[in-house]
Every structure is written in structure tokens, then in C-alpha cells.
Design a protein around this ligand. Structure first.
Ligand SMILES: [Zn+2]
Length: 191
């Protein structure tokens, strides 16, 4: 039976690059990959939706909104192109229901999800929570804090100030993120 994978890491831990390398590996062997990201992620404002990595790799992808079904999307895609594998980037933004649909689809093809585990308050995203509950394989993509410890927190900065409250998806304003360890995060919050 194919499996549901969740490969998680902080921002800047090369998740998108790894998703694209995985797609490349499948395609090199002549296999068809359905590459998808939730439409909430508006990084870059391309006409054509893309999965982009910070090191310059990119690939066209499909987008899925909260009220769409992965099962319908897969059936259409398979009919038109064939499909041997599903890869989802930014999987933290999927709904619980969508993760359950992906689990169902592993009866047919492997599903590889890449995403953040926790938000800027260090709490699980909805999609990530369901993935931790349902994935057959959990794998951490490690990254390092500026102090040398492992980075586990996606710290949010607004106008240069580290904050741990506000909406999960911030709209407007000067917002930035930095991955860091718990202790450096505490220090930033107390500044
Ligand atoms: Zn640190």
C-alpha cells in the first residue's frame, strides 16, 4: 500500500526545494506527478501558480482552495494526464478534511506533504495536526538557529518587533519571519 508522508520543517528549511527535487525524481523515471499547493499561499504573484524555493527552483503547480476536494482533483488529473504520485507543498494550510482525502488517496498513489509544523505562536496548523495524526511517515527537515541550536520556531516580526499574537495569516503591514530556537525566540519576545 502506498503511504502518506509528512516532511516538516521551519521556514527556510528547504521544504519547497525538497518537494521539487522529489517531483524531478519521479518525472525522470517517466512518472506523472500531481503537484499542488493550497491557494491561500500567495508567495510571489505569478499569473501561473508555482511552487518556488528560495534557492531558485520552481515548477508550475495546481492550487486547491479550502472548499475543493483532493479526490475530485486527483480523478480529473488522472483522467487527463495519468498520476503516479501526489506532492503537496505548504500542506499546513490544508483543512483536516483535505488531509483525510489525501489519506484515502494513498489507496492508489503515494502522497508526499511538505509544510510547517507550527505557526508563529508555536501551535500546530490545522493541516499539520491532521498530518501528524494520519501520516504513515513523519520526517523532520532540520535547520539551524543563528545561535547554533536547532531551529523549531517560526518567529513573526511586525515592523521589526517579535510578536506572538494576531491572526494566523497576517494581512497588510510589514511582516517578516525568521526561524530560530525556542530560547532565542523567548529572548526576542522579551526585547
Ligand atoms: Zn537560538
Amino acid at each position: 500500500m502506498p503511504r502518506l508522508y509528512f516532511k516538516y520543517g521551519t521556514m527556510g528549511s528547504s521544504k519547497s526545494a525538497q518537494a521539487l527535487m522529489c517531483q524531478f525524481n519521479y518525472q525522470q523515471k517517466g512518472m506523472k506527478v500531481m503537484l499542488v499547493k493550497p491557494s491561500l499561499d500567495n508567495r510571489g504573484d505569478d499569473e501561473t501558480p508555482m511552487v518556488r524555493s528560495r534557492i531558485g527552483l520552481k515548477s508550475e503547480c495546481l492550487t486547491i482552495s479550502h472548499d475543493q476536494s483532493f479526490i475530485d482533483m486527483f480523478n480529473n488529473y488522472k483522467q487527463q494526464n495519468g498520476c503516479d504520485c501526489i506532492i503537496v507543498d505548504e500542506a499546513q494550510f490544508c483543512t483536516s478534511k483535505q488531509i483525510e482525502q489525501l489519506k484515502q488517496l494513498t489507496a492508489q498513489v503515494p502522497v508526499l506533504c511538505y509544510g510547517l509544523l507550527t505557526d508563529f505562536t508555536c501551535k500546530l496548523f490545522e493541516g499539520s495536526k491532521r498530518l501528524v495524526e494520519l501520516a504513515d511517515s513523519l520526517q523532520e527537515i532540520k535547520s539551524v538557529c543563528k545561535c547554533g541550536h536547532k531551529a523549531t520556531v517560526n518567529a513573526r516580526f511586525i515592523n521589526g518587533k517579535c510578536v506572538d499574537d494576531g491572526p494566523v495569516v497576517f494581512i497588510g503591514g510589514d511582516e517578516a519571519y525568521e526561524n530560530m530556537c525556542w530560547w532565542c525566540w523567548q529572548e526576542e519576545l522579551n526585547k
